[in-house]
Design a protein around this ligand. Sequence first.
Ligand code: HEM
Length: 225
Amino acid sequence: MDRDVAHIADDPLAPSKDGGGIPPDHRVGWLARSVPVHARSFWYCFGGLTLFTAFMLAASGAFLALYYEPTPDRAYASIFYISNYVKYGWLIRSIHGWGARLMVAFLVVHMVRVYVTASYKHPREFTWVVGVLLFVVTMGFNLTGDLLPWDQKAFATSAAALSLLGQVPLVGDALVRIVAGGAGLGAPTLTRFYSAHIMLLPALLLGLVLLHFRMVRRHGIAGPL
Ligand code: HEM
């Protein structure tokens, strides 16, 4: 018996033509899809968890943007104000900071799961490539977000990242000029990092996530090993 047919026989929730075992009143139109049996496991949750943290970061970031002032003379003071004077500002800031670390951790587990289960193989190679771009964008969020508090830690991490970028053969210096808005870290860097953090990167993330999910829906979850 074909493996999928065996699933349907074994499990009433397995995919089927009549809506995948989901009771009619629980189907959400085109969103309805049942999850294959082998994918109903802990390790297959991390793509969705990554998405969940991205939502959390967008929501907490929107609140922070109400008070954050992206100029060299006000950035640190506005962060201090959020943490100490805005009601629950410390909580929103912590959710944003820890959420960012959690997103990277979930993302790495998701990538390792996809790699270990060989789910990147044909026909899902494009899903993997879009995933790699999503990884780069997520790292971009972390790089640009690190500078925003405009304190000693921010300078140290951003200066280290920019000096790494400067090591890229041939184009290193040009890349630093584009990213930092000058030969090194300075006031224009804060403007560039903030605008990338709240406009360019969210737009890229949204577009790439939609593409990623389109591919996941098109090919379905890869079969078990
Ligand atoms: C913001 C980042 C990302 C989000 C929100 C995301 C989300 C998801 C979700 C929800 C799935 C469905 C299956 C599952 O949850 O395990 C999935 C599948 C997949 N993802 Fe991601 N992903 C992201 C980044 C990545 C990265 C960095 C890679 C690899 C470099 C990747 C490669 C794949 C592949 C190949 C599949 C298909 C797996 C299969 O069919 O079993 N994704 N992704």
